[in-house]
Design a protein around this ligand. Structure first.
Ligand code: TEU
Length: 507
């Protein structure tokens, strides 16, 4: 396992929305570069940048026109290199987003494959043999190009599926086996994209829809085989580079990924911990106490076991596809939720703006096919000036709230703000990282909405999600190292204050 991940705390940046240096209303590389000292001040030592490639932005950059070029929206090639260099000079790794499953419909390789004359891109995408064929169970687009066939898409209709082949062949007339030489060429092309950015200095990739490569691959064995091959190449040629998958299954680390995100999937560990708000059921952190810690504890412990010594679980405060936790929780809850996420075994990811409690904007009109995700991608709020200091433009990528609240400048001044609380938690995590074995984790107490207690190596962590004090039996604990909310009282029992979090040295 790549050594630096053990002490990594990531910050996710959606480039459109972080900092606009030239007043055009969109964030850019120079803006990010200006804010590197701020990122460092959080204690984050790695950044995941959402797609920065030349794109049509039909899906927020996940529709790549040119995999070897930066989007002009974000600046020049030189601006990108300067940003990367400044990250490195500050001891921060930079991970790029890799979109392996689909291109933009205006990608040159796709347009070539759409020509009505066979050529070297003919099998790079998945096409039927005739323009009137609409095989059931797949998504094909027809009538857009003069090639006598329809093409498969991988996500939105603007995103044609790259052809890594099929595991089970159900329509031999248009499906190629995943070991076919033309499908192997797609795989080699992807490696060339990865080598290009890794040679340029990137420290790895977050891989979009990593499980989507091979079609008709129910057990994902063929997709996993491809990733193991790619991961072998990366480990051989770039031993310090990391691969982080958007897969959300222990299969990912068995396929060679260093980290795999635990996403917000209905009923999974992360969902039941913080996001399960359906009728009749609520997440563990619901301050009114209808939640249940066992669901989280069992699922998380099993996941961790399956990942053991192979790769980490990526633990997110949120991401660009998921509603932010504010305003669903208030600041006191957010503090202890973020602290818990930072102290779980795995690699934590702070989504830009979560450190100050930027709110999800429900019902925001969709921009660049963000749909319901749009309200989670609003600009970073730096201060109380125009556009919260994000941009001097009259119209920004997405609007910022009129009151510019919350913002970094105000939270910097308050020692007890969400921002400063998260900073302290991250500092604690770094302080003990070298003493904690990554998979040394034990749930001590998980019962209904009672306090959750777990041991991580030399640390014991307690959290009380409720608005009332709660007492649990005494565990062997050493010195109290850290607390949010009032400190717990330790007698023959342990009593935790309302909405509080505590870390003891284990005994
Ligand atoms: O998301 C893939 C994915 O799993 C989505 O279905 C996600 O759950 C959805 O956006 C929920 O709101 C990745 C990217 O993260 C996303 O931004 C892209 O739009 C998508 O791939 C296509 O590249």
């Amino acid at each position: 396992m790549v050594q630096w991940l053990k002490d990594a705390v990531f910050y996710e940046i959606y480039p459109n929305s972080f900092m606009d240096s030239n007043g055009d209303g969109y964030g850019d590389f120079k803006g990010i570069t200006q804010k590197i000292p701020y990122i460092k001040s959080l204690g984050c030592n790695a950044v995941w940048l959402n797609p920065h490639y030349k794109s049509d932005f039909f899906d927020g950059g996940y529709d790549v026109v040119d995999y070897f070029k930066c989007s002009e929206r974000f600046g020049t090639e030189a601006d990108f290199d300067a940003m990367l260099e400044t990250f490195h000079a500050n001891g921060i790794k930079l991970i790029l987003d890799l979109v392996p499953g689909h291109t933009s419909e205006n990608n040159a390789d796709f347009l070539k494959s759409a020509e009505n004359v066979p050529n070297d891109m003919y099998d790079r995408f998945v096409w039927t043999k005739g323009e009137w064929e609409f095989p059931e169970g797949y998504r094909f687009i027809s009538g857009r190009h003069n090639r006598f066939g329809n093409y498969m898409v991988n996500f939105f209709s603007t995103q044609p599926a790259l052809n890594y082949g099929f595991k089970e062949i159900t329509h031999p007339e248009w499906q190629l086996p995943y070991t076919h030489p033309e499908c192997m060429k797609t795989r080699e092309w992807l490696k060339s994209v990865m080598r290009f950015w890794l040679k340029r200095g990137a420290d790895g990739f977050r891989v979009d829809m990593a499980d989507s490569l091979v079609k008709n691959d129910d057990d994902k064995s063929a997709t996993s085989e491809i990733w193991r091959d790619i991961s072998d190449m990366v480990k051989r040629e770039f031993p310090n580079a990391v691969l982080i998958s958007e897969w959300s299954s222990p299969r990912a680390v068995h396929a060679g990924f260093d980290v795999d995100f635990m996403l917000d999937h209905h009923g999974n560990a992360y969902n039941t911990l913080v996001r399960y708000e359906e009728a009749g059921k609520t997440s563990y952190f619901n301050p009114n106490g209808a939640g249940n810690a066992e669901e989280f504890a069992d699922k998380f412990a099993n996941w961790l076991k399956e990942n053991e010594n192979l790769g980490y679980i990526g633990i997110i405060t949120c991401n660009h596809d998921t509603p932010r936790l504010a305003p669903f929780y208030d600041e006191d809850s957010l503090k202890i939720i973020q602290a818990t996420l930072m102290m779980l075994p795995g690699v934590p990811f702070v989504y830009y703006g979560d450190e100050i409690g930027i709110k999800y904007v429900k019902g925001m009109p969709s921009v660049e096919c963000g749909f319901a995700r749009t309200g989670t991608r609003t600009p970073m709020q730096w201060n109380s000036k125009k556009n919260a200091g994000f941009s001097t433009a009259d119209k920004t990528f997405l609007p910022v709230p009129d009151d510019c609240k919350p913002n970094v400048e105000e939270e910097e001044k308050d020692g007890n703000s969400l921002l400063n609380t998260l900073r302290r938690t991250i500092a604690l995590r770094h302080e003990y990282a070298s003493q904690i074995t990554s998979f040394d984790f034990e749930i001590l107490h998980a019962k209904g909405s009672e306090p959750l207690a777990f041991r991580r190596g030399v640390l014991t962590v307690f959290v009380n999600p409720l608005k009332k004090p709660q007492t649990i039996k005494r565990f062997q604990v050493g010195e109290l190292l850290y607390n949010i909310g009032d400190a717990p009282s330790v007698t023959s029992e342990i009593t935790l204050a309302p909405l509080s979090f505590a870390v003891f040295k284990a005994q």
